[in-house]
Each structure stands twice: as structure tokens, then as C-alpha cells.
Design a binder for this molecule. Structure first.
Ligand code: C5P
Length: 235
């Protein structure tokens, strides 16, 4: 397998492979917050994120969601399909928290009357600004039909994941997804881990996600291990 680095992100590196239609994702032992302003090396984080994300993607695939995951090649590396990235971060919120609570000066924790989907334009230089449907269409980032499909898939993924985490006594507060195009189809890409979602323990309301790092509340690796253990049924 060739090892040409084609992209180095905050939490993952992406390499070309001998197969033109596949990429190798290597999860890094690095945590960042506040758009990379805070950056720390955290041994063991890459492996945990890869294991949690693989578990979630395999569950979604079993339940009819098409994703880029081909297979895991080690405990911190995945082979994935090469796609054309749609440069939009899709955020879904079930409860008030994070930037939404701040923006509207609301107390975190309340259930929303219905899930909210928000789009952010993927740009580190611009700090991922909010972007609406019309702006996405007019800038030809994605078509109206593609946006409809992305929203439907995001709601479907939410239903599946709320049910999954419920079984583990976790509330899925919010999360971020990314999508890519391949062979005329839109598929789920990137990762799903406590780095890009909020998970609260149903009884203690404790955060089991990257907020423990953002707020310096608890050890990140111990927290992510708890999530993996609950998913694997070893509560
Ligand atoms: O900060 P905010 O409340 O907007 O984040 C909503 C959700 O999206 C959180 O679960 C957060 O971890 C995730 N997110 C992300 N990457 C970003 C922004 C938000 O994974 N660049």
C-alpha cells in the first residue's frame, strides 16, 4: 500500500492507497478545541475514536445507511471509499446545548420541540461560518435535491442513533455529520465519535464527549473508554 499523505486534519490523516477508489484514514492521538486554538497530544485517543466510529458506522450500515467505510485495517486505521467532499458540516440538535444555547442565551438541557438541522460551511480560515440552504444552492455547493436527501438521511441517522444510545443510558444531545459524492450518490463520510457529538448520561447528566476536554472537566481517554464500553455492552 502506498503511503502518500493527501490531507492532514486535526484528528485524522488521509493517505492515498494503491486502489484509486479508496483512501486510508489514520486516526491521530490529538485533541483540538476552539477551532484548533487548543491542541494536545492524548495517547490512546486515535484508537478509541476509530473503534467508536467503526462501531457506529457498522451499525448504520446494518440499518440501511450508505457510508464510506470499507473496512478497518488496524485499531486506528480505516479503509474508506474516496468521495468528492461536500464542504458543509451538518449539525443536528435534539436538545439545547453548546453554540445554540449561547447564541439565543438559553439554558442548556431542554429538549427541542423537533430536531434542528443546521449547516456550516467547512472552512478553518473562516471559522466554519453558518450557511443556509439558499446560500448552499446559489453558491453551487449542493443542489436543492441533494440538500433534501442530506436532511432526510441526517434525520434517519438521528432516529437510529438516539435508539442505540438510549439502550446505553445516553442522551444524544447533538452531533455533526459530513457527506460526500461517489458514483452519483451521496454517502456518509468522516467519523462519528465523542469528538463530534454530545452524549449525556441519562441519570447523572454528565458529559461523555469532547466537552470534558473543552471544559477541562474529566480525562478524555477515560471518558471515551466509557462510551465504547457502553456501546459494546460492558457497562
Ligand atoms: O458547538 P456546537 O454546539 O455548534 O456543536 C454542535 C455539535 O456539532 C457538537 O456535538 C459538536 O461536537 C459538533 N461539532 C463538530 N465540529 C465542528 C463544530 C461542531 O463536530 N466544527
Amino acid at each position: 500500500m502506498s503511503d502518500k499523505l493527501i490531507y492532514s486534519g486535526k484528528a485524522k490523516d488521509v493517505f492515498a492507497t494503491d486502489n484509486d477508489s479508496e483512501l486510508l484514514i489514520v486516526y491521530k492521538d490529538q485533541a483540538t478545541a476552539f477551532n484548533g486554538v487548543r491542541k494536545e497530544q492524548i495517547p490512546g485517543k486515535g484508537k478509541l475514536n476509530c473503534q467508536i466510529s467503526s462501531y457506529i458506522f457498522e451499525y448504520l450500515i446494518e440499518n440501511g445507511i450508505t457510508t464510506h467505510l470499507v473496512k478497518n485495517v488496524s485499531d486506528h486505521e480505516q479503509l474508506v471509499l474516496k468521495t468528492e467532499l461536500i464542504p458543509v458540516e451538518v449539525v443536528l440538535r435534539n436538545k439545547i446545548a453548546g453554540s445554540f444555547a449561547k447564541k439565543f442565551d438559553l439554558e442548556a438541557g431542554k429538549n427541542l420541540a423537533k430536531p434542528i438541522i443546521e449547516f456550516y460551511y467547512k472552512s478553518d480560515a473562516l471559522n466554519d461560518p453558518f450557511i443556509n440552504d439558499d446560500q448552499i444552492e446559489s453558491l453551487e455547493i449542493a443542489s436543492g435535491d441533494e440538500l433534501d436527501y442530506i436532511k432526510k438521511q441526517t434525520l434517519k441517522i438521528n432516529d437510529l442513533l438516539v435508539a442505540l444510545f438510549n439502550k446505553d443510558d445516553l442522551d444524544l444531545v447533538d452531533f455533526k455529520l459530513e457527506f460526500g459524492r461517489v458514483d452519483g450518490q451521496i454517502i456518509l463520510i468522516d467519523e462519528f465519535s465523542p469528538d463530534n457529538c454530545r452524549l449525556w448520561d441519562k441519570s447523572t447528566h454528565q458529559s461523555l464527549d469532547k466537552d470534558v476536554f473543552r471544559k477541562d472537566e474529566a480525562d478524555l481517554v477515560e471518558t471515551y473508554k466509557k462510551v465504547l464500553n457502553r456501546l459494546e455492552g460492558a457497562k
